[in-house]
Design a protein around this ligand. Structure first.
Ligand code: ATR
Length: 317
């Protein structure tokens, strides 16, 4: 009765099982990583599922990424999330790439898989007693779909036919631009401090999506959506990521900031004051994490529990 009773209590209250020799691990690797809300969110989801797992966070420098991946593999980690600056680097380090990682050109989720006696690759957590001899890294991207889901749920944006300005053409801006093009937005305006990066994203979209108009620089007139995919806003003294002489936030019906800490950036405050609908990046973080947990467990993730844990972590309530 003990185990069943315990499982029931865990699923009711969501408290964690104690760590023991059978505990399995997942982690986020980033540099820096201290700000990450992923451990709070994922451990809440893991507890609700009644799994004897823990989700950790490690600050790993890019030059150590390969070694860190190999270490996690040797220690039978179940899976990893990768965040800045690892998502592009990891593409080359995976043994196999899911379609999502190939399509969006970045890896934010790794599932470790072992080869069973029949030669089939199965998620590593399924090997409870003896670790398999061969373990491979399977790379996925769960960020791209999470952007679209968060935009729909938090801002009620109709993406098909929309005019959208994207600020930033680094890793996050590139995935956002490619993913929105796949939603058949009508026009994309790409803005970035380093123009050449926006240029190469634009070229890629023109190659893949003939029906989407892509331009570099700010739009004239109104847009349905503006997205901040730069890192400006993370620090209190950062300037706004938009050039107010070229673009007024009043031109944007909705403004999405990928930043979630602070929970309200100066960009969001200005946009709200100007009458735009606004949302931070919490929904995006939530949905990429939900999908990652589902990839690792093969089970539906407890979205509400994970959302509450995130909100407690970020808003303190
Ligand atoms: P991520 O994976 O989060 O996108 P990244 O690839 O390092 O991280 O991209 C950071 C983005 O923020 C880039 O668009 C970057 O502009 P550059 O491509 O010109 O570097 C933008 N960014 C960072 N600091 C900035 C600053 N001080 N002014 C303007 N843009 C900045």
């Amino acid at each position: 009765c003990g185990a069943a009773d315990y499982k029931h209590r865990v699923s009711q209250s969501g408290f964690e099982r104690p760590i023991d020799a059978g505990t399995r691990y997942c982690a986020v690797l980033g540099h820096p990583v201290r700000h990450s809300a992923s451990p709070a969110m994922q451990n809440a989801g893991i507890a609700r599922l009644g799994l004897n797992w823990r989700y950790l966070a490690f600050d790993v420098r890019p030059e150590e990424l390969r070694t860190a991946l190999a270490g996690a593999r040797s220690m039978q980690f179940v899976g990893l999330n990768l965040t800045v600056p690892h998502k592009l680097l990891a593409l080359e380090m995976m043994d196999v790439l899911d379609e999502s990682a190939k399509t969006w050109g970045a890896v934010n989720t790794v599932r470790f898989e072992g080869r069973d006696r029949s030669g089939a690759w199965r998620p590593l957590y399924e090997f409870e007693e003896t670790p398999p001899e061969k373990v491979r890294m399977h790379g996925f991207n769960t960020d791209a779909d999470a952007i679209v889901r968060a935009l729909r749920e938090d801002l009620q944006v109709e993406l098909e036919g929309a005019r959208v300005v994207i600020l930033g053409a680094g890793g996050a801006g590139r995935v956002a631009a490619l993913r929105l093009a796949a939603e058949n937005v009508s026009e994309l305006f790409l803005v970035n401090r380093t123009l050449s990066k926006a240029g190469s994203v634009a070229a890629e979209i023109r190659r893949r999506h003939l029906n989407v108009k892509v331009q570099l620089g700010y739009p004239r007139g109104e847009v349905d959506l503006a997205i901040n995919a730069t890192s400006l806003g993370l620090l209190p003294d950062d300037p706004l990521p938009v050039d107010g002489r070229q673009f007024s936030l009043r031109q944007a019906h909705a403004v999405f900031d990928m930043i979630y800490r602070p929970a309200e950036t100066a960009l969001m405050r200005s946009a709200r004051a100007g009458g735009s609908r606004v949302a931070n990046g919490l929904g995006m973080l939530l949905y990429q994490g939900v999908k990652a947990l589902e990839i690792w467990t093969g089970r539906p993730a407890p979205v509400d529990v994970m959302r509450e844990a995130l909100q407690r972590n970020v808003y303190g309530s």
